[in-house]
Design a protein around this ligand. Structure first.
Ligand code: AMP
Length: 307
């Protein structure tokens, strides 16, 4: 019997204001941990650590619980507002500018893990200040069997020492192409991958937006390239990277091992969840998924990559 492992995630839970060339949503529920857990919950129950303010919509909390996300580790700060982010996408939807970031309840946030989270089998440190990611890792009673991490350009710019410290302790880094180059000062992704492995993670996933993802497995020269699903209806790319990570880690939670073949499948499961995410605002499309739709998209990926 294939026993699912316990998955904990820490990261931002947010209210976003998203502007694309074709549409705009002002109060869009977002945040790295939100997207991650909504995607991963299609594979395994997820336990979330984070903070929101009094303005965070109750309906979103209910939807997350309904989806199988345990919110015991989510603090509701009655005297503060939720973290807010505003971004605008360029015409090609592959690039975006951050227009505003309001830390709000993050400013004084100090994560406290519920006892039941401290023996998690797997931990994902989704995007949030690197020192908070480190605090969560340090609160674990035993080191989880697999620890993953995601980050963003802001922390590479303003908290690079903290970021390197926490990256040195994880097994998997998922990172955007530009961020991998920026973090390592490299000119090529192969060099960046080499530098990142020197820092610590033995598994690296470089996300390339509409161009897919590259997996650098634990063995030397173990390189796998997955495409992104070509889609005619990309509405909002926000959260695609986090949904990718949710599909990737969620799949690994139910897998027997983490060998090269399993990791490659995990990349495809990540790509499946990211492909759904971009087809709607917030987690709208992820919320209405079922096992049949997910399986059908997985098969489309298989057909797309077989020759
Ligand atoms: P992604 O599109 O995967 O990069 O993730 C988008 C999510 O990241 C949005 O829902 C934002 O709320 C969240 N986000 C933006 N800036 C930050 C930040 N500085 N720290 C944590 N999360 C952030």
């Amino acid at each position: 019997m294939n026993q699912k492992k316990k998955l904990v995630v820490v990261g931002s839970v947010a209210i976003d204001w998203v502007i694309t060339p074709h549409a705009e949503r002002e109060e869009s529920v977002g945040g790295a941990a939100t997207y991650f857990s909504m995607a991963a919950s299609h594979h395994t129950p997820v336990h979330l650590v984070g903070v929101v303010g009094k303005d965070f919509p109750k309906q979103a909390l209910a939807e997350m619980k309904q989806a199988g996300v345990d919110l015991e580790g989510l603090e509701v700060e009655e005297n503060a507002l939720t973290f807010r982010w505003k971004g605008r996408y360029h015409e090609n939807m592959n690039q975006r500018d951050t227009l505003e970031t309001h830390l709000n309840c993050f400013e004084s946030f100090s994560p406290k893990l519920p006892e039941s989270y401290k023996n998690a089998d797997m931990l994902f440190l989704a995007n949030i200040q690197p020192n908070l990611q480190l605090q969560v890792l340090e609160q674990m009673n035993t080191r989880p069997g697999l620890v993953g991490l995601d980050t963003m350009n802001l922390w590479i710019d303003i908290a690079s020492d903290d970021l390197r410290a926490v990256v040195s302790k994880v097994d998997v880094l998922t990172i955007n192409e530009e961020e991998a180059l920026q973090m390592t000062g490299s000119m090529s992704l192969l060099d960046a991958a080499k530098e990142i492995r020197k820092i610590g993670p033995k598994i690296l996933v470089i996300k390339r937006g509409e161009y897919g993802a590259l997996l650098f497995g634990p063995e030397e020269n173990d390189l796998f390239a997955a495409p992104a699903m070509p889609l005619a209806d990309v509405h909002d790319p926000t959260g695609a990277g986090d949904c990718f990570a949710g599909g990737f880690m969620g799949y690994l939670c139910g897998a027997q091992d983490q060998n090269s073949e399993t990791l490659r499948k995990a990349v495809i499961w990540g790509s499946v969840m990211a492909s759904f995410c971009v087809q709607g605002f917030s987690y709208d499309t992820i919320l209405e998924l079922n096992a049949e739709k997910i399986e059908a998209r997985y098969k489309e990926f298989v057909a797309l990559t077989q020759f």
